[in-house]
Design a protein around this ligand. Structure first.
Ligand code: SF4
Ligand code: SF4
Length: 760
């Protein structure tokens, strides 16, 4: 409407960012340009059979067009478009010039006005000032007071607030709420990798700023629509975001400038001079020509238009790579994650975890969702059979990865401003350059235990923040990125999680400096220095790699070195010598062959989900022990055993691994249920979750014995099958299962009932 403004906000992306095309444009839109634009829009709505068209009048400052100019625009637009389609007319304004006469005009034409306000006076005055430096706060509040009047309330669209993380978030939220807007839009200040946003407060300053508002908003009963939160909650439930800022909705937005040129979304102006330009105009080019423009169609491509990192991201269905403009870098163009990636990830993962949908009363849990926003039903049906497809295990793994990433972001907050921030900065950099290596590092099963231990340490134990350096080093080694990083030395060892440990011959040293080059590294501590070459090179004395066993086309780690592996109910063994290792490899290979033969339905899930077997200490009485931990997805612990019993232990524990991950993502029972259940495999009554876990494990064990031959096998199968059925009935009778819980238990029952060929 008008390409100049009566304010001179220093964060304005129209005037203060890369694009300066406003300088060559007419100040205000001419009547013939409005007429041509209106005809193009009407033509498009007619040809495409559109029922509704959304128009936002903006600038610069649209109110500078004055009452006469605005009346002309509104009359022409309505006359051309309304015979064809319903018109949703809005305006975005700074409010300074809003008067009752203009409100009357907007009422007459059905225009809803959004006002820009960044919070209380102090917050607003940081940026939103007149050219002479004077505050605009009083004028803007006067405009909002006008829109609150009962007569004009219908014209009140809401408030647009640009975030400045130096402002107190809850104070800003309260200041905006006090203006009684129907909706609040929080805008991440437009920025790119070439010109990143101010980050006072750390790597996730914007998520950290938004989350207190989110929590306050939930606690307040969500008294106002907040677009960003509403969009993320909607996408978590599998819905549409309704905005181009997040989610994978295709953008359907084009801009018409005062000279009649068609442009891309105006946020693109922040990328580089001319970034929003198309070279097309309303006089010569139809909307169809605009939508066929390569840049326009690129911005509409959803998932396929995103970079590889975003496409592989666990929260992509909610984040969508953020606003396209925010992905720009000089080297990669728009083929990057958002410059707000860490913020978006943290915001989404935290909101998912804390979402009001999962905090409601258990009777209302029918609609609860998985962490990754996918509906749970198909996953529960698949895993409830007692087996589990590769796709299901990958979904569990993706959700666990997102959970671990969320924990790491919290750790990053805690170490911000300390020397350990170096490690987090390296991880963030690697996450952009070598996402796969970082994800593989984060998927190491015992990281979650370390992270949770840091964030909620057992009393008397100090959090091991320094291990973040070890994690960063492991990611850099995997990525083959050259760097230098401080790592902790524990009991004379430098650990690289998932890779191995190097002995440091320097008693008393608590840390070492690692110089990583080409996938190998040199560790220096005190006067000692040792070099571990990349894989394939001859390792130095004292290098203890995590070893593995190859099993027909895939491999499992035998982790007997990780410092956080001792997370089971039975003690773990020490480092295996070469004879013990050879014996383990032989037993695992033979057990795998048994699993293949007896329960082939378990193969795909195990291959996709089992990463690590940790040897447990051999019981002096020769009893067989095995265990899984909720904090170690993808790992299990077991004592060595002959092939048949080992096959049974592996399958049994992997059931616990799978169900633990499902319980992390979906509420299967009422957590307030306190009664204990009697189960046939134990003398003492069990909590509901313990009974559910045992039932799921015995379902798989009964399945194994079902496939074995002989009288003993028949007798064992009958026993485990009977236990499973009794426990299923017990669970179903508690009245404490959610809809998802019933679904899962029903599926287990169907599996048992389908064993019609049973020897009874
Ligand atoms: S009011 Fe809006 S258009 Fe005007 S200077 Fe401020 S941010 Fe820019
Ligand atoms: S990688 Fe980052 S920007 Fe991309 S979808 Fe994930 S959170 Fe969003």
């Amino acid at each position: 409407m008008h390409s100049r403004c009566d304010l001179a906000c220093d964060h304005c992306y129209v005037y203060e960012h890369a694009d300066q095309s406003w300088r060559a444009r007419p100040r205000s839109i001419a009547p013939e340009t409005v007429a041509a634009a209106a005809l193009r829009i009407a033509e498009h709505a007619r040809e495409r059979g559109l029922r509704r068209v959304h128009l936002v009048l903006h600038g610069g400052e649209p109110l500078l067009l004055g009452p006469t100019g605005l009346a002309m625009v509104l009359t022409r637009l309505r006359a051309a478009i309304e015979p064809v389609a319903e018109l949703d007319l809005r305006m975005q304004s700074n409010g300074v010039l809003l008067t009752p006469q203009l409100c009357d005009l907007f009422l007459e034409h059905g225009v809803r006005v959004g006002i820009s306000l960044d919070g209380d006076a102090a917050a607003n005055d940081r940026h939103r000032r007149f050219a002479n430096g004077a505050s605009s706060h009083a004028q803007v509040r006067r405009a909002l007071a006008l829109l609150r009047r009962p007569a004009y309330r219908r014209c009140y669209a809401g408030i647009l607030c640009t975030i400045d993380v130096r402002n107190d978030p809850v104070a800003v939220y309260q200041a905006l709420l006090a203006e009684a807007p129907p909706r609040i839009d929080f805008l991440l200040p437009h920025a790119t990798w070439a010109d990143p946003p101010p980050r006072a407060g750390g790597a996730t300053a914007y998520a950290d700023w938004l989350l207190p508002i989110y929590r306050r908003w939930v606690r307040d009963g969500r008294p106002v629509d907040i677009r960003l939160f509403d969009s993320l909650l909607a996408t978590a439930a599998g819905g549409r975001s309704g905005t181009e800022a997040v989610g994978l909705d295709p953008s359907g937005l084009a801009v018409i400038e005062t000279d009649g040129t068609w442009e891309l979304a105006d946020s693109m102006k922040t990328a580089f001079d001319g970034a929003a330009g198309t070279g097309l105009d309303v006089f010569r080019h139809s909307v169809d020509v605009v939508t066929a423009h390569p840049e326009f169609s690129r911005s509409r491509r959803g998932l396929s238009g995103l970079c590889e990192t975003c496409r592989a991201c666990a929260v992509v269905s909610q984040c969508g790579g953020g606003l396209r403009a925010h992905r720009y870098s000089v080297a990669g163009g728009f083929d990057n994650p958002s410059v707000y990636c860490a913020d978006l990830k943290k915001l989404i993962v935290t909101m998912n975890r804390e979402s009001p949908e999962t905090a409601v009363a258990p009777t209302d849990l029918a609609g609860d969702r998985l962490l990754d926003g996918l509906p749970a039903a198909d996953l529960l049906d698949d895993l409830g059979t007692g087996h589990g497809s590769e796709a299901s295990l990958r979904r569990l793994a993706a959700a666990q990865l997102a959970y671990v990433r969320g924990l790491l972001v919290q750790i990053a907050d805690r170490v911000a401003g300390t020397p350990l921030a170096e490690a987090w900065e390296l991880i963030v950099r690697l996450d952009e350059e070598a996402t796969e290596a970082v994800s593989a590092t984060f998927a190491h099963p015992y990281l979650r235990r370390w992270a949770r231990h840091c964030l909620a340490p057992v009393s008397g134990e100090a959090p091991d923040w320094a291990y973040l350096g070890a994690l960063a080093a492991a990611a850099a080694v995997r990525a083959g990125v050259d760097t230098d990083i401080e790592v902790p030395v524990r009991a004379g060892l430098v650990h690289l999680p998932g890779l191995g440990a190097q002995a440091i011959d320097e008693p008393g040293e608590r840390s070492a400096r690692l110089s990583i080059t080409g996938g190998g590294f040199t560790a220096r501590a005190g006067r000692s220095s040792v070099t571990v070459p990349p894989a394939g090179g001859a390792p130095p004395a004292g290098w203890a790699p995590v070893r593995q066993v190859e099993l027909d086309g895939w491999s499992v780690l035998i982790d007997d070195i990780d410092p956080y592996r001792d997370c089971y109910q039975w003690p773990v063994s020490g480092r295996l010598d070469s004879a013990q290792l050879a014996s383990w490899r032989g037993s695992l290979t033979a057990a795998w062959a048994r699993i293949r033969r007896t329960v082939p339905g378990q193969i795909a899930g195990l291959r996709a989900g089992l990463r690590t077997v940790t040897p447990l200490r051999v019981d002096p009485g020769g009893r067989l022990h095995s265990a899984a931990s909720r904090d170690a997805f993808g790992a299990l612990g077991t004592v060595p055993a002959a092939p048949d019993p080992l096959a049974e232990l592996l399958v049994h524990e992997f059931q616990h691994v799978k169900l633990g991950a499902v319980l992390d993502m979906s509420q299967l029972y009422d957590p307030a249920y306190r009664k204990r259940l009697s189960v046939p495999w134990r003398d003492d009554p069990r909590p509901l979750e313990g009974a559910l876990q045992g039932t799921y494990a015995h379902l798989a064990v009964a399945d194994i014995w079902r496939a074995r031959q002989g009288p003993l096998a028949r007798q064992r199968h009958r026993r485990y099958r009977g236990w499973t059925v009794r426990a299923i009935d017990e669970l179903a009778g508690t009245g404490a299962l959610t809809e998802h819980g019933h679904r899962f238990v029903r599926q287990m029952r169907q599996t048992v009932d389908s064993w019609s060929d049973d020897p009874r």
